[in-house]
Design a protein around this ligand. Structure first.
Ligand SMILES: *Cc1c(COP(=O)(O)O)cnc(C)c1O
Length: 393
């Protein structure tokens, strides 16, 4: 119904289903199951449930379905399946399509838990994996082979903000018959058009920008109807990674304001990143839309804006970074991102601690690197806060 409307309109209206009461805000169907009028109806629904028919909340729920339909409309995919967390989406998308003997190629610069799935979990089930430098197309070409069932990467990597050429990697994957699975968290559904670039399956941690207010864990898998309903759904409904109806309601509310929030956050991130380049206590600033970014031209082409997160390498290594973190008054030390509150993270000692120093350095996660997720506070206040904290370094 909302297909012809622009994304701003779809973010507010797509997927809405009203009950007989005509409620304005989406209803939260806090129910585990659904009653059938007759035994015949129960039998029929177990054979094939219609679009507004549900059998059990682990398989689907009206509030969750509203969120799935809205996400699919926003991403431009045929369908979507909502999950309990971003990692349930990542692991569900990969495990549901793979079997022993399959081969997966993935970029090495990944969120810690994504790397664990690719490096530790998949091989235990007989799936071989190859890790490549995602920004190097020759490495993708050499690693993909007959039997490569999927390629997987973060379109913008966490926390080093490397940008991967989606269209080029997708072309390499397609030539080998592999599905393209992209974790698009940092680019958000707004800034990178994954469907135009040839992505088959898009996963999000909706814990990040979609909720955007630090309230709930969630995830979603977006793709073709065949992939979502015939591959991902059977896996997820039988292994139990379903999103709760209450969380789906929070995510629906989050989508309504996603465009306004994320654009404001990205504009402030660009302003801060620009202003901090050349600061004497800053060794380098990482932000996809800064001309100094190694994939700046690609980032301009592939991303409408540079995202809500920038990286800051503070002078003085870990000690400098800690003095900076401890000196901030507005930005909070935590490990979420995309939140309405600014959040600062020291990846080397928290999110990427498990990797060990050599692996961290190979990925560019230096002891002085700080990840700054820009919230909705006033940009001038944030700049003053950052400048005051940098004075302590
Ligand atoms: C946070 C994050 C995840 C995991 O999401 P959860 O909701 O915490 O399970 C996966 N990928 C990326 C890029 C993330 O930032």
């Amino acid at each position: 119904m909302t297909e012809s409307y622009s994304r701003r309109t779809r973010l507010v209206h797509a997927g809405t289903r009203r009950s007989q009461y005509g409620e304005m805000a989406e209803a939260i169907f806090l129910t585990q199951g659904f009653a059938y009028a007759t035994a015949e109806e129960a039998e029929a629904r177990f054979i094939a449930a219609g679009p507004d028919e549900f059998v059990y909340a682990r398989h689907g729920n009206p509030t969750v379905r509203m969120f799935e339909d809205r996400m699919a409309a926003v991403e431009g995919t045929e369908d979507a399946f909502a999950t309990a967390s971003g990692m349930a989406a990542v692991s569900g998308a990969l495990l549901s399509m793979l079997k022993a003997g399959d081969h997966v190629v993935s970029s090495r610069a990944l969120f810690g838990s994504c790397l664990y799935v690719v490096e530790d979990i998949l091989p235990r089930f007989g799936v071989t994996t190859a890790l490549v430098d995602g920004t190097n197309l020759d490495q993708w070409r050499r690693a993909v082979r007959p039997g490569t069932r999927a390629v997987f990467f973060e379109s913008v990597s966490n926390p080093t903000l490397e940008v991967i050429d989606i269209a080029a990697v997708a072309a390499i994957a397609r030539a080998a018959g592999a599905l393209v699975v992209v974790d698009n968290v940092f680019a958000t559904p707004l800034f990178t058009d994954t469907q135009r670039l040839g992505v088959d399956v898009v996963v999000y941690s909706t814990t990040k920008h979609v909720d955007g207010q630090g309230r709930a864990l969630g995830g979603v898998i977006c793709g073709s109807r065949a992939f979502v309903r015939k591959t991902a759904e059977p896996w997820l409904k039988h292994t139990g990674g379903a999103m709760s109806p209450f969380t789906a309601w929070l995510m629906l509310k989050g989508l309504e304001t996603l465009d306004l929030r994320v654009r404001a956050q990205a504009a402030a991130a660009l302003g801060l990143a620009r202003a901090l380049e050349g600061h004497p206590a800053v060794v380098r600033v990482l932000y996809p839309h800064l001309p100094s970014h190694p994939q700046h031209a690609l980032a301009r082409r592939q991303m409408e804006a540079g995202g809500t997160v920038f990286g800051l390498e503070v002078a003085g290594g870990k000690e400098g970074a800690f003095r900076f973190l401890d000196g901030l008054r507005i930005a909070t030390i935590s490990n979420n991102l995309g939140d309405s509150r600014s959040i600062v993270t020291h990846p080397a000692t928290t999110t990427h601690q498990r990797l060990g120093e050599a692996a961290r350095l190979a990925l560019g996660i230096t002891p002085g690197l700080v990840r700054f997720s820009v919230g909705l506070e006033d940009e001038g206040d944030l700049m003053a806060d950052i400048t005051a904290a940098l004075a302590r370094v």
